[in-house]
Design a protein around this ligand. Structure first.
Ligand SMILES: [Zn+2]
Length: 621
């Protein structure tokens, strides 16, 4: 679901304290506010009809403190109750009450359809506590705001009620600045319906086990499903939607529980699509859904330790340390909470074959398996894990594209390696093996139903691999800003190269003189890049985001600073807002001095999140 994220906190400025107090008075008089003991044993059991252990109304001071902590006083108690106790699809919340426990607020109601009670709902609103010093239980600071779905039950089948209710709630809690929904595993519907609503499994280890069990089922039933298809699932909603074209039988018992095998109690047979059938039969899981990230735009971060498995030789500039340094900085900058983590996957071979020669990929795989120290050219150092890491990097870009098209994030930064923009159809060079952005562009076209893709490459080196792959393609606008080929590797990217055949005009090379600096970079960007993107009207913008044009980088001489990256990022987002609903997927290419790589990439990511970045504040080291 896409929100106008600039409206986050749509409830406006804090209300005066007297308005909040007035609301409390009114609700206390109406018997709608209580205190509550936060003891799970005394909470109402599903369907039992018992009440909470409601205790005396806490002091007004305590009520105010909870209210301020949760809502920053941006909503009055009466208004909140009105937003939560909604009538949808003929279902109505009655006996809705607010229970104040220590540091948290419970919302509890009975759900009625006409005169008949058909269910109940309990939400628990609280703030996580972030530990300021890792490994110590204190001190802490208030962290993310969470809506914990304690319980929802409906005795009556209602197509779409829970879904409509939680979509409404998502909007309300987003505007109130709540960061996450959390979901209790024991909710019986958690197996399939929550996944379909975009809830992911909280525990990644458990997610991988679930995925393994899906593969076991495929194996056991001898279904026409490739292992690759299962391995690329990275989110519960992918599992829920998996192979809608492939129905399998499942068996239901009298209580409504499903299994994939028929037995004495389960004999009623149904046929459901594979993913749905699998989840209906699987064990429950704890879920979560990000609803707001505290930043104007929701930015995904593609990250995996798998990218570190590509090792180069000692002293090689393209080393795993680059990503380790970047990730350490993301943690130290406190950015983990504000980014949506996206897991990369190994792509299906046809996605790679759309760009690369199968024999070339085989040769690469064999070279890595053989223990060769480099592939094709000496520059391209490899290790045993290089082939898988390179596949995962391309799959990382695909995961980023999946996220922006599904609305899981507004844009995404793919912190991948090895880089890709020098790699051609059957050619490894310049530390690159698989052309990550090119695989992404081809994938977006085949999987997301778009045609026009813009690839903007601001790595200091010309993106010759990407240019060659799309040279004759009028639907892919390739733009490269780079140091002039007379002075810089790989010696291509002259202004006269404008594409070939039908693709003439869809390649734009903007060579810059050595020591260009921010001024010349930004001028060229404004003068040539912006109008070209405007005229092309892309449906997706991919960035080949190298950060080696930085003045501190050892292997180019463009002498730029973070300021140029911040400027270009901001402008690209504006162009994307105008033409492609903000869809920008940025892919790491070069950048070889740790400090400048990290400070540039952090400034770039913060800008993607829509934060105001003054380059100096984020420059480290
Ligand atoms: Zn480069």
């Amino acid at each position: 679901m896409m929100f106008d994220t600039t409206r986050a906190g749509g409830f406006g400025d804090p209300l005066p304290e007297r308005d909040i107090l007035e609301g409390f008075d009114r609700l206390i008089a109406e018997g709608k506010i209580y205190g509550a003991e936060r003891n799970p044993d005394v909470l109402k059991k599903s369907g039992s009809g018992e009440s909470f252990l409601a205790v005396a109304v806490p002091s007004l001071r305590r009520l105010l403190s909870v209210w301020d902590r949760l809502f920053g006083n941006r909503v009055s108690p009466v208004e909140l109750l009105r937003h939560l106790a909604v009538e949808i699809h003929g279902f109505e919340h009655r006996e809705a009450i607010l229970l104040f426990a220590r540091g948290r607020l419970l919302y509890d109601c009975q759900i009625f359809q006409g005169k008949e009670a058909v269910g109940h709902l309990t939400l628990d609103l609280y703030r996580e506590r972030d530990r300021v010093v890792p490994f110590l239980p204190f001190p802490t600071r208030p962290g993310r705001r969470v809506v914990y779905i304690e319980g929802i039950s409906l005795t009556r089948q209602s197509t779409g009620y829970a879904s409509a209710l939680f979509r409404r709630y998502e909007r309300v809690f987003h505007d109130l600045g709540f960061h996450l929904f959390r979901l209790k595993a024991s909710l019986s519907v958690g197996k399939y319906y929550w996944a379909k609503e975009g809830f992911d499994c909280s525990d990644r280890e458990q997610f991988r086990e679930i995925r393994d069990r899906l593969w076991d089922l495929v194996w056991r039933l001898d279904l026409p499903v490739a292992e690759q298809e299962v391995r690329r699932l990275t989110h519960m909603s992918d599992v829920a939607a998996f192979r809608r074209d492939l129905p399998i039988p499942v068996y239901r018992n009298a209580d409504g529980y499903y299994a994939t095998a028929r037995d004495a109690s389960r004999h009623e047979e149904f046929r459901f699509p594979l993913g749905k059938a699998f989840l209906l039969c699987s064990a429950p899981w704890d879920g979560f859904k990000v609803i707001y990230t505290d930043t104007p735009r929701r930015t995904g971060l593609v990250w995996s330790e798998g990218f570190l498995d590509h090792e180069s030789r000692p002293g090689h500039p393209e080393s795993p340390k680059r990503l380790e340094a970047l990730f350490t900085a993301i943690r130290e900058e406190g950015m983990r909470e504000s980014l949506i983590f996206l897991e990369p996957y190994i792509p299906a071979m046809e996605s790679l074959h759309a760009v690369h020669d199968p024999a070339y990929l085989d040769a690469f795989r064999e070279a890595a398996a053989r223990g060769d120290r480099h592939f094709a050219v000496r520059d391209c150092a490899i290790s045993a894990g290089s082939y898988e890491a390179a596949l995962l990097a391309a799959g990382g870009v695909m995961a980023g594209i999946d996220a922006v098209f599904s609305g899981r994030s507004d844009n995404a930064f793919c912190a991948v390696r090895p880089p890709g923009h020098h790699a051609g159809r059957a050619q490894a060079m310049g530390f690159c093996f698989i052309n990550n952005v090119a695989v992404g562009a081809a994938y977006a076209r085949s999987a997301c139903g778009i045609a026009r893709v813009c690839i903007l490459d601001w790595d200091a080196h010309h993106g010759n691999g990407t240019q060659d792959l799309f040279l004759e393609d009028p639907e892919t606008l390739f733009i490269s800003l780079h140091e002039h080929p007379s002075f810089c590797y790989p010696g291509t990217g002259r202004r006269m190269d404008r594409g070939k055949g039908a693709g003439v005009g869809a390649t734009l090379n903007v060579p810059l003189s050595p020591h260009a600096g921010d001024r010349e970079m930004i001028d060229a960007f404004e003068r040539e890049v912006v109008p070209a993107i405007e005229a092309f009207r892309p449906e997706l913008i991919l960035l080949s985001a190298g950060f080696d044009a930085h003045k501190d980088d050892p292997i180019a001489d463009l002498e730029c600073t973070e300021k140029a990256y911040v400027h270009m990022t901001r402008r690209v987002l504006e162009l994307a807002d105008r033409h492609c609903e903000g869809r920008v997927v940025s892919v790491l290419e070069g950048g070889y001095r740790m400090e400048s790589l990290v400070s540039s990439a952090i400034a770039h990511i913060k800008t993607m999140q829509g934060r105001e970045v003054s380059p100096c504040s984020s420059a480290r080291g």
